[in-house]
Design a protein around this ligand. Sequence first.
Ligand SMILES: O=C(O)CCC(=O)C(=O)O
Ligand SMILES: [Fe+2]
Length: 458
Amino acid sequence: MDAFVSRKRRRVSGPERLPPQVSKPPPADESHPEEESTDFKLAVLASLHPSLNDEALLEALLVSDGSVEQASESLAQTWNPSPRKKPANSAMGYQSSLSSYRIASPEKGSPKKRLTKRGKTLFLYSPEDVEAHTPCSIIHNFLPAEAADALLLELVEQAPTYKDLEFQLFERTVRSPHTFCFYVNDLESAEKQKTEYIYDGQRVNDVRQSTPKMLEASPEVEEAVNREIQRRICDFYPGAKKLRYQSPDPWKANTAFVNCYDGPQEHVGYHADQLTYLGPRAVIGSLSLGVAREFRVRKVFAEDDQYRKDDGSLADAQGQISIHLPHNSLLIMHAEMQEEWKHSIAQAQAIDPHPLAKSKRLNITYRCYKENLHPKWTPKCKCGMPTVLRCVTRKKENRGRYMWMCHTNYVPGKEGCSFFQWAEFNDDGEPPWATKTTGTLDDKGFASVPDDPSTSAT
Ligand SMILES: O=C(O)CCC(=O)C(=O)O
Ligand SMILES: [Fe+2]
């Protein structure tokens, strides 16, 4: 999970702490080529008004002309002290089966008709609709039923030890809206994660070895992800053998974030996953277990796209798509997902309790970390810290370019520097210091690396 908030520095009194997989868009600083603050504002509002759904928050932000304070005040007047829930029939949702509208990919030449509308949610259920309208595939009933249940039970047992997040906001400490934990395949990798890797400028102490059932499911996830990558290329990029930045090696799961959402209010705001260790155009396999929840996605438009509103501000309120994630479904987020879309788990008005998980949804996001993006190789900022990898999404002239940036700004009590460097990758998604082509993966799923760390970019 990534940028669950972005921030505008002048509004925040202290840096917030975010989950390790969270990446924030760069601060609003002239030395940085991009700024994005709507998600941050929404995250602020979500923390101040946890009982309200994303649509209500967005609407309030829009009518308040982007002012968080004004939006918060008007929400308080409208919804507090006894927050009302939207009646079920007022949900801004529509449709379900869209197969008859199947959209050809841009490569096939026909313009893609946008089916989402500002302020509306388009609900998708079938795998055909999901893959036709989003950069995702979904496989229902993914694991054998007993294996899925056993995996769920293992995680339900661990979930009470997961941590939520606390971050500073307007001189208040705010709780994150769900809990999570970070897993890797073996104890040696866990130790490396704790001592060598940096997330938002800090080390992570709680890195665990994946549970036996997580490891058991891993080869099946890998097989499905690799199969779906190939199928998607065939169906949506006719004539292509491999996508830009795609590794020639098979996708391999060597890390996993497990998220727990206990009850309908727990959620995660709109974000894109941090690419620092995954690299460009990362593919992620996300297994849902327990209570069914809605996975919301929306496309990120460049600032000067046609979607700018009459008042000149960005049309962040473009419609969103909701993908239903039942127990034992595998959602694959494909190449363009993190760069061009944002995703979230929406608050629910109600949930159907699951017989084994009760009110909980457990979600495993299997990921493939690249050894060439280990922090020992990546550029260091002026603070001497390994930098964070981000993609420009808003500024049209640089949209799609990657950059290395300082993230010490986000460590409580520390001021960061203005380090910025464009990030380059070869066609296989490897950085320039990967001097030799990565032919094979080692037994931890990492690609081979150059021998000499002095070749790393500075
Ligand atoms: O819970 C989910 O399905 C999504 C979690 C997520 O976005 C993440 O871990 O980055
Ligand atoms: Fe995510």
